[in-house]
Write a protein that binds this ligand. Structure first.
Ligand code: SF4
Length: 437
């Protein structure tokens, strides 16, 4: 039996897709390995959202070849989908595929093992692709499962390569979603995270809304928590919030992609909201979800971003009071309009990223301090410390409790915890009562 080792870069959608590829390899008679050096096949599921995503993906391929010269190396995902001459660029990869029709990968591996000829199979996107349904047999290695419900993006923000890497918006049909969530529940999962490339566009082609998917999942016994991946702010309407707020299982954690807190920069980015609209949305969410936490992504050094623009972005992030900020530096993506604009020097991008990160850390500490004194239900996760049990509150605050000698694992159980202290990136508390498990 051939053994396959998987490496995943990038976002939660990629993590879900790697799980699907694991399922299809297992169905084809392969086994999943956790040892790269003895694997027969090493598969790298790549990312191209930034220049750093590209470099990390290519480095992973070269390192895999060096670490295990006899393995079949498969490069798949967003990077090959967008780079036409990828075949010449990375001779270390034996098989190269994009983000489409990856069900063929197992067949390609078997063919390569037999014939030893390099294979490239990158299927281009058209204007009306259907949502690709893939095999998914969860292994229950984590307590939380990502579930892709939407793919593609039709927005074309001026800096973003993703519409080229993923095609246009399309959604997983509700009956397939229901079946998948039932399987997850039957395998012991109590928490799911609905993810997509542009999640808030879920169901548009069927005249549905994201709330339809959340309601469908909420009706499934065994699933107790539903989280949402990153959402685009302009798509969340009052009527959506009204519906979502009636779903008890939905965790009040909102990752609202901001990118910049400066109106001029947002316009140049072809984003579809102003800072005022974004701010109003967060206040509206708080009306429906008083315990909501807000997290976001912010880009620094977008072309032509001035010092004043950046200061505005910084001040806006502070005004929102994010619980967490994922900061990244702009990097030009070939074929996007922003790549042709006047670029910001590297050192300025770095300085701005450092300042935004420092703000993010300060806001995160302040957010954690505000949690002290609250009693929250915590779903405990994998035991990876002899000192603590740990899990997450509904707002995604990481909570730890001290572990007593010989105490049984709390994994996948929910307890109410009273938060007593905040530390650098988590809160410490003690169990008050059991929830329902
Ligand atoms: S909404 Fe904009 S940033 Fe997000 S994937 Fe689509 S084009 Fe990229």
């Amino acid at each position: 039996m051939y053994k396959v080792f998987f490496i995943t870069l990038g976002c939660k959608v990629n993590q879900y897709e790697t799980e699907c590829m694991k399922s299809s390899f297992v169905s084809a008679g392969f086994s999943v390995s956790d040892d790269k050096s003895s694997a027969d096949v090493i598969l790298i599921n790549s990312c191209t959202v930034t220049g750093s995503g590209d470099s990390k993906s290519l480095y992973a391929v070269r390192k895999a070849r060096k670490d295990n010269p006899r393995a079949v190396i498969v490069l798949t995902g967003c990077l090959p989908q967008t780079v036409p001459d990828i075949y010449e660029k990375i001779p270390e990869a034996d098989i190269i595929t994009g983000t489409k029709e990856r069900k063929n990968i197992t067949g390609h591996v078997l063919e390569f093992i037999e014939k030893k000829n390099r294979i490239t199979d990158i299927v281009p996107y058209g204007s009306h692709d259907d949502f690709e349904v893939t095999e998914y047999k969860p292994s229950f290695s984590h307590t939380r499962a990502f579930v892709k419900i939407q793919d593609g993006c039709s927005c074309f923000c001026s800096y973003c390569i993703i519409p080229y890497a993923r095609g246009r918006c399309r959604s997983k049909p509700l009956d397939i979603l229901k079946k998948e969530i039932n399987t997850l529940a039957a395998n012991g999962y109590r928490e799911i995270v609905l993810v997509g490339i542009n999640l808030a566009f879920y169901g548009m082609e069927y005249g549905m809304r994201l709330a339809d998917a959340v309601e469908e999942c909420s009706g499934i016994n065994g699933i107790e928590r539903i989280r949402l991946g990153s959402i685009e702010p302009e798509m969340i309407l009052d009527k959506d919030l009204e519906r979502l707020s009636r779903i008890d299982k939905l965790c009040p954690q909102f990752h609202l992609s901001l990118q910049s807190g400066c109106g001029r920069t947002l316009k140049a980015m072809n984003r579809r909201y102003t800072p005022d609209e974004y701010y109003a949305l967060t206040r509206k969410i708080l009306e429906f979800f008083p315990d909501a936490s807000f997290t976001t992504d912010i880009m620094t050094g977008f072309p032509e971003e001035t010092d004043e623009d950046f200061e505005e972005s910084l001040a806006f992030a502070e005004k929102i009071g994010f619980a967490k900020i994922h900061v990244f530096q702009y990097s030009p993506r070939n074929g996007t309009p922003a790549a042709k604009m006047k670029q910001i020097p590297k050192n300025i991008k770095e300085q701005r990223a450092d300042r935004m990160k420092a703000l993010g850390e300060r806001l995160h500490s302040q957010y954690l301090e505000r949690q002290v004194g609250k009693t929250v239900p915590v779903l405990f996760e994998r035991e990876n410390s002899p000192e603590y049990h740990q899990g997450y509150a509904p707002d995604y605050t990481l909570i730890k409790i001290l572990r007593k000698n010989s105490e049984k694992s709390l994994r996948n159980r929910i307890f109410y915890v009273t938060i007593e202290e905040s530390r650098r990136d988590y809160c410490l508390g003690s169990i008050t009562t059991m929830h329902n498990s």
